[in-house]
Design a binder for this molecule. Structure first.
Ligand code: GLU
Ligand code: MG
Length: 615
């Protein structure tokens, strides 16, 4: 989740008087970085992945599988090597939101494509093994986005009661939160800033015996308003940050050769974000119910939505400055390139941005598009301020900038170089759901890396109006979107310049068409474009074979020949003998589901509907 400093964090009331200071200096820190790095050229293509893991506990008597709230202890062991010799570690281990989560990245970035690709799956396998070596006898790790029975009764080891004073949740005990202060402060401050608990509502899957108010029976509604989604039939209600930020993803970050290359691939990948979310969908169950959505994104988005009534436009602006259209965790609001491929029509979302920040950046010589992007990030308040890190040398530190930047959790992140390092301009791709096996995670990471290079080298053009990308983002959540829905996509992705009406540039396509091409041959399909591109890279045969296997997985997921994990999970639950056709995923069903997931990951059972004969 990024940027974890040591020190004392301030509660919301104490933070408020420092907010303006932090923002003002954040802008200065950004400007210093920008001035020092805007002209840097020729950085090499380096990249890396981030995988988030969930720790489970298997009860040796009952076989019940629950969340193990011990990841901070395992992390302390895992991080010892780095403490001893930070320059020479194979993996970097970081805490994540949940006290059951672990985040792992490679110790050194991957360099370029080529034979380097052969080592990625291996790195993931070893990473998993390193965690496994530090687990207790009854503990397991899995890579799945959402733990199915999060917030359903008694879901942790050790058992804990909800209604703590950090999250004040009816369902989640505070002990699910990582003990590092940053995470509890984030949780409490989001709640305090908005003036009440977060309210996450998603549709329940309606099976033949699903009762309309099934979930409603498990909680006291914070509102009597009949229209509030909380009180609607077939709704799943969640009330704490942990429901969202306790979910896991697979992220990839790329260093590009210069700022403009980073800005343009940022834009192209932003269009790909909803498509990749639907294609990697793994989350079908929330709070112990089959849901009517396939992916985690909206749940996290609602789980950290700290907007006040004023910012939501429900009350006139008095204390706050802006009416804000989205949560802090959401899709991006503007394209960034300064190249001619970006027509102004594509930036069709009225961008909310902080005028003062914008003026400061413009006065310092930053161009409008970039200044607006950063000024947009600065409409948010810093959520966690460290009392001993307020006055800093803005030429040497970026803490205040990072404070704002790292709590703008969007589909893409545009990352300036850290001060005093040799790292260049980077782009982070954030939407993908983490997959069960290292094979799949490697496949998606490699696919994205090759796509990034192809976008840049072939000047691929995915642009369409950003409001249409947002429509795709909504579509991506729908049950079975990967096969049943159409996404707006650009018809001609090899067009460097265009002039006619923008509406004629894109059309609805299935994900199968986007990846595998359409039957009339007018759209070649991304996999075919990438296969052609890869041929120009002259990989040796071993690397080509591997890349083909990865492309095969993605192509088959797109065509439906292989299932997404969301689809597979639904089928598993719905055909389980204990399932009552009521959308409820009981402890017993979850036990079998997670057991199966562990076996698939370890390769002790085959799951051809999910993986074919590829793994
Ligand atoms: N776990 C979050 C997700 O699933 C991401 C947190 C992070 O930014 O690392 O998207
Ligand atoms: Mg993370």
């Amino acid at each position: 989740m990024g940027f974890i400093a040591e020190g004392n964090t301030l509660g919301w009331e104490d933070s408020e008087k420092f907010i303006d200071y932090v923002k003002k200096h954040g802008v200065q820190q950004l400007l210093n970085i920008w001035k020092n790095n805007k002209d840097r050229m020729g950085d090499s293509f380096k990249w890396g992945d981030e995988v988030e893991y969930i720790m489970l506990n298997v009860d040796e008597n009952t076989n019940d599988i629950k969340l193990s709230l011990r990841s901070h202890e395992v992390l302390a062991q895992l991080m010892q090597k780095e403490k001893a010799d930070p320059q020479n570690v194979e993996f970097l281990w970081r805490p994540e939101y949940g006290r059951f989560m672990i985040e792992g990245t490679p110790g050194q970035p991957y360099r370029g494509l080529g034979r380097q690709l052969l080592g990625i799956e291996d790195s993931l396998v070893k990473r998993r093994a390193e965690i496994n070596n530090n687990l207790g006898q009854n503990e397991r790790i899995v890579t799945m986005s959402a733990y199915p029975r999060m917030g359903a009764q008694d879901f942790t080891v050790p058992t804990a009661l909800p209604k703590g004073n950090v999250a004040e949740s009816q369902f989640l005990p505070d002990s699910v939160i990582n003990p590092h202060f940053r995470f509890s402060t984030l949780t409490a401050n989001i709640r305090k800033r908005r003036g009440k608990n977060v309210s996450i509502n998603i549709p329940m899957f309606r099976d033949t015996k699903t009762a309309p108010y099934q979930d409603r029976l498990t909680y006291t509604s914070p509102t009597k308003n009949e229209k509030d989604p909380i009180n609607q039939p077939y709704n799943i209600y969640m009330d704490a940050m942990g429901f969202g930020m306790g979910a896991c993803c697979l992220q990839t970050t790329f260093q590009m050769s210069n700022i403009e290359e980073a800005r343009s691939v940022y834009d192209q990948m932003a269009v790909m974000a909803p498509i990749m979310l639907a294609l990697t969908a793994t989350s079908a169950i929330f709070k112990g119910y089959l849901s009517d959505i396939d992916a985690r994104w909206t749940v996290i988005s609602q789980s950290v939505d700290d907007r006040t009534e004023e910012e939501l436009g429900h009350k006139p602006l008095r204390r706050n400055k802006h009416i804000i259209n989205k949560s802090r965790y959401d899709s991006i609001d503007s394209f960034l390139s300064s190249g001619s491929m970006l027509r102004s029509e594509y930036n069709d979302l009225p961008l909310v941005y902080d005028r003062e920040t914008y003026n400061t950046l413009i006065d310092a010589g930053m161009d409008e598009i970039l200044a607006r992007h950063f000024a947009h990030l600065f409409i948010r308040d810093p959520l966690v301020i460290y009392s001993d890190k307020i006055e800093l040398d803005d030429t040497k530190h970026a803490d205040h900038f990072e404070n704002i930047q790292s709590t703008n959790w969007q589909t893409m992140r545009f990352k300036p170089p850290p001060p005093g390092s040799d790292i260049g301009w980077r782009v982070e791709f954030r939407p993908m759901e983490v997959q069960l096996t290292d094979f799949e995670n490697a496949a998606y990471a490699v696919f994205v890396a090759i796509l990034m290079r192809a976008i840049s080298d072939l000047k691929l053009n995915f642009y369409m109006p950003i409001t249409k990308v947002d429509e795709n983002m909504k579509t991506a959540h729908h049950l079975g979107a990967v096969l049943n829905e159409k996404f707006l996509f650009r018809k001609n992705i090899r067009q460097s310049m265009s002039s006619g009406p923008v509406e004629e540039e894109y059309e609805p396509m299935t994900i199968n068409e986007i990846f595998n091409g359409n039957s009339n041959g007018q759209f070649a399909g991304l996999i075919n474009v990438l296969r052609d591109y890869v041929r120009t890279l002259n990989f040796d045969s071993e690397t080509s074979t591997l890349v083909n296997r990865y492309f095969s997985l993605i192509s088959k997921r797109a065509s439906g020949e292989l299932q997404t994990m969301s689809a597979w999970t639904r089928q598993f639950v719905q055909s389980h003998p204990a399932y009552q056709q009521d959308s409820v995923v009981s402890q017993e069903i979850q036990n079998d589901l997670l057991q199966r997931c562990i076996e698939i990951t370890n390769g002790t059972v085959q799951e051809p509907t999910l993986l074919g004969d590829l793994y």
